[in-house]
Design a binder for this molecule. Sequence first.
Ligand SMILES: [Fe+2]
Length: 248
Amino acid sequence: MKEAQNEFFKYTESYKKYGPKIELKISHTVRVEKLCVDIAKSLNLSDEDVELADMCGLLHDIARFEQWKRYQTYSDLASLDHGDLGVEILKKNNFINKFTKKNHETIFRAVKYHNKYRVPNTISDRNKLFVNITRDADKIDILQLFVNGGLVNHTEDAIISDKVYKAILDKKEIKRTDVKTKADDIAVRLGFVFDLNFKRSYEILKETDYINKMIDVQIKDTKNETLVKQLNELREFVNKYIGEMIKC
Ligand SMILES: [Fe+2]
């Protein structure tokens, strides 16, 4: 794994000249890798499969660097799908061989589908396992970014719109296209909890207290009483859900 990580750092080094935002995705990747390993171990996977989960985490955002270089944005809506581009990059000149000679198809699936709204039913159970580990790890770390100010939101003027609020109460993940206000962006992150696949992912959320911390940060940042009320209601709802998922 060490060699693959070195290869990743070598690759990303050449993108650092495109600005400080490149570092954000390097550190995100390192954290996602660790989360993938944590989740994989909780599932009692073999050492080889834990390493494969680690590899999926390492490579899931490989396209972020090229995306930033080409478009100076990490918004897929404003540029292109970075999961799809990731597979393209790894396939080109068999770049993936520099990281590993094994399990290419599984890694391609994890990269391609880590950021999609839904994972298609057509992929095999084994591939789906690694896709889901990667998706959970990625989502947990995105919540962490919200707590630690990696993502900036100005919520002063905005409340969570009805459709998005209802989606959370219906325990549905929110589609990016339904996002109408800046406050909806916060709700999208809260909605992540309904699309986690493993008990361990919920335990990590509880242990790290990311949901409460994330809401506290947003509440501290706004004088909008309606938004504060919405966030506190959603906090209670989401925490209850996390508790239920840990118990089952
Ligand atoms: Fe990603």
